[in-house]
Design a protein around this ligand. Structure first.
Ligand SMILES: Cc1cc2nc3c(=O)[nH]c(=O)nc-3n(C[C@H](O)[C@H](O)[C@H](O)COP(=O)(O)O)c2cc1C
Length: 305
């Protein structure tokens, strides 16, 4: 018998725990020659804001040891063009569509959430709180428990869709932010977003990225992400989605065993566009090999004594 792979994230039922990570899979179209979107647990689309954004000037991607740095600057088509031009194509697939959102103010987060609510074909919102807080002098929303809670509340009260809050690892204690988001009404948490980093061209003595600093992702971040997911799972009672350096099946299994209910695959899509399919098949094969009838039996099964 085929093992069961269905998982629940709040009210959202996924046919398997494998999703794409925001910003690494566009709105799905470019990957469709390689990936059968019907076989994904969910597609998480590129972050959407109220108005379109052009992002940062290039160079904005740099390969580093064991990963990459990016400073795309949240380039996106804006909420109206997403609903009019991108969503209709995604609707043809039997998969869940999760829209990653962000705003420059708490109020804007609420307005983006409201604009996407009730739109057919959107199954959940993922709230990226790793953006500069313009209202409070350029700090990042997700670094302050109080502001993280405010953003979560603004989105929660603007929509009936499941709300997943995506946490930043650039904090001293991620569990503190996690608790604040749970208390403010988040249905689930996803972590981690990229770690702040930089890299320098020593010949020219200039930063490789025009923006100087960027977000670090890829295999190099996995141990950090895993530790943060493990600590967060123990602290909150809502589901946690694991993200960070998942390049193959065993990486995804590590997050599930640590307690993540589902995973997102990011940078790996740039290396192998079929990787999500390999991981879906790999998880099924692992469950069968170990005689596990339901993936939920595997989730949080880490032995530490
Ligand atoms: C090029 C690029 C663009 C990204 N854009 C977004 C975004 O728009 N919103 C967001 O929440 N995360 C964004 N991320 C972060 C990823 O979704 C993910 O959290 C991070 O890359 C860690 O996972 P990975 O190591 O599997 O890539 C982006 C990452 C990359 C590499």
């Amino acid at each position: 018998m085929k093992p069961r792979t269905e998982v629940k994230i709040g009210g959202l039922v996924l046919k398997n725990p494998v999703m794409t990570a925001s910003g690494t899979f566009g709105y799905g179209e470019e990957y469709s020659p390689y990936v059968d979107l019907n076989r994904l647990g969910a597609v998480v689309v590129k972050g959407i804001s109220l108005e379109p954004r052009r992002g940062n000037p290039p160079p904005r991607i740099m390969e580093t040891t064991g990963g990459m740095l990016n400073a795309i600057g949240l380039q996106n088509v804006g909420v109206k063009a997403f609903v009019a031009d991108k969503l209709p194509w995604l609707r043809q697939f039997d998969t869940k569509v999760i829209v990653n959102i962000f705003g420059e103010t708490v109020d804007e987060y609420g307005r983006v959430a409201a604009a996407l609510s009730g739109v057919p074909g959107i199954h959940a919102l993922e709230v990226n709180i790793s953006c500069p807080n313009v209202q409070r002098g350029g700090h990042v929303f997700g670094c302050d428990p109080e502001v993280s809670g405010e953003v979560t509340r603004a989105v929660r009260s603007a929509t009936d869709l499941p709300v997943i809050v995506k946490l930043s690892p650039n904090v001293s204690d991620i569990t503190e932010i996690a608790c604040a988001c749970e208390a403010a009404g988040a249905d689930a948490l996803s972590l981690i977003n990229t770690l702040m980093g930089m890299s320098i061209d020593v010949e020219r003595r200039i930063p490789h990225l025009r923006n100087v600093t960027g977000g670090l992702s890829g295999p190099v971040v996995k141990p950090v992400a895993l530790r943060m997911v493990w600590s967060t799972v123990k602290t909150v009672s809502i589901p946690v989605i694991g993200i960070g350096g998942i390049m193959e099946t065993d990486d995804a299994l590590e997050f599930l065993i640590a307690g993540a209910t589902a995973v997102q695959v990011g940078t790996a899509n740039f290396v192998n566009p079929r990787v999500t399919m390999d991981i879906v098949e790999g998880i099924e094969a692992y469950l069968a090999r170990h005689g596990i009838r339901d993936v939920n039996e595997l989730i949080g099964s880490l032995k530490t004594d």
